[in-house]
Design a protein around this ligand. Sequence first.
Ligand SMILES: Cc1cc2nc3c(=O)[nH]c(=O)nc-3n(C[C@H](O)[C@H](O)[C@H](O)COP(=O)(O)O)c2cc1C
Length: 383
Amino acid sequence: MALALSQSANSAIFAAMHFGSLTLKSNLFLSPLAGYTNLPFRLVVREVGGVGLCTTDLVNARSLLGKNHKALKLIETRPADSPLAVQLFGSVPEEMRDAALMLENLDVASIDINMGCPVKKVCKVGGGSAMMTELDKTAALVREMVNSVKIPVTAKMRLGWDDDNLTAPDLARALEDAGVAAIFVHGRTREQGFGGTVNLAGIRKVVEAVKNIPVIGNGDIITPQAAKKMFDETGCAGVSIGRGAFYDPWIFKRTLYFLADGELLPEPSFAERVRVIHRHLDLMIEVFGEELGCRMFRKVAPWYAKRFGPCHEFNKRVVQISKRAEFHQVLENYIRWRRQFLDDNGELQPRFRPPPMVASFMREPASTQREQIPVPKGPVEVW
Ligand SMILES: Cc1cc2nc3c(=O)[nH]c(=O)nc-3n(C[C@H](O)[C@H](O)[C@H](O)COP(=O)(O)O)c2cc1C
């Protein structure tokens, strides 16, 4: 793994990273978020800049092989959406191998395997041998995939079942032996769900467990400072950002600048947020059609609004849109309504500004009780 900083003609800063046979423009990754990391969102993030590799939502290997419409939609891509990793989910080795081959033929850049949690609850009482059996089986499945394709195969895992079963270092070591090109690790246990603090020391143990491959840290990175702290305290080679990118598609660009020279770019202006939200909806409509694209956008728009300042007027109306024109009307009305909170320069008055974002692992212990980043409903056990 090698990391190099360079400065392009337009002064954008890139931290290039070797990732298996790929060279990525940066060591910042977009995490898979089922229901969210579709083609329009990935294109938005790429256009704003700074991301090295984007991953799709998790895709069921069997559905993909069966050419299921939903599975094919999940891997829909275009040249601007590159390099792209597809995350696969499945436990039948032949299906995982064949799905990997299919993706390689479609020019996907890399394949990520969703490991969810490596240990079933029963293993907690079943003891070490049960865990090793599971681990051997997993490693065999991965080895078969790695040997069948030339593109990098990676794995994404949590730290383990609970604090007494932090199995990720062992699993990472076994997967490195099986040939994975990188490990992504969300610094929480299955038991934690999305609550509590991301365990940086736990991620560090995974970094220390592998010999040569990069480990990418993940969890609660919602500011450039949080990304830096994760790099500094875990020694990880890259960081992967999920929900933080939904609040703030600009997070990759701002993080690259911050890592390169400590410069914290200002948060994007309201006008820039409005520009990007329009672009995002246009892409949703291009990819999903007007009716479905607008319906899907009902759950996307409120994420942008979290940094608008007072936004209940917007959130109340945007969940009813079915047409592009309706969205434009909602936004126009909201912009008019929002004026009451502005000062003479058109900026939000200080008391209406959203509070600064602080990652779980950057907060004072007393304030970590309530999880700050919302978690939409879904199968947490596989995330
Ligand atoms: C709505 C939602 C969907 C998710 N979908 C997936 C998924 O498909 N595959 C996966 O490996 N992780 C999934 N995750 C977990 C994220 O990739 C990530 O590990 C986790 O959210 C922590 O990172 P963050 O704090 O940057 O969001 C999902 C998380 C959320 C909140």
